[in-house]
Write a protein of this length. Structure first.
Length: 126
């Protein structure tokens, strides 16, 4: 875990989004602090000026990921692909899917597809 964070800090990228599809991956998150919400006016401008290492995990710290043969993926990956390919995760229809929008989409759809056994988490990378 520390190795991933250390490696990410070596990058010159201003923004990084980590997507973790693994059992108990919620252990890797901490809550957002001081980040503008996607519903605020000027959200994209605000977040574009901040450095961020964000993470969306497949589930909570005590949850296993759900997979089904008919999906050929986990519930997380299935909904990640669907949300991006269909643009369903672009809630405000501005042509840009933010990490906040993607997280909301995944939380809603993965939770439902997993019969409430798995709820994606988001936050800043520890």
């Amino acid at each position: 875990m520390d190795e991933i964070l250390t490696t990410s800090q070596l990058s010159n990228a201003k923004h990084m989004l980590f997507l973790m599809d693994a059992c108990y991956s919620g252990l890797m998150t901490q809550q957002y602090k001081g980040i503008a919400k996607a519903t605020e006016e000027g959200y994209l401008t605000k977040v574009a000026n901040e450095s961020a290492r964000q993470i969306i995990t497949a589930g909570g710290r005590d949850q296993q990921v759900i997979e089904r043969d008919e999906w050929q993926h986990s519930a997380f990956t299935k909904n990640l692909l669907e949300g991006l390919e269909s643009w369903g995760a672009d809630y405000n229809k501005d042509g840009c899917i933010t990490a906040d929008e993607l997280s909301t989409y995944l939380r809603e759809h993965v939770t439902e597809d997993s019969d409430f056994q798995q709820t994606p988490q988001d936050g800043r990378f520890r």
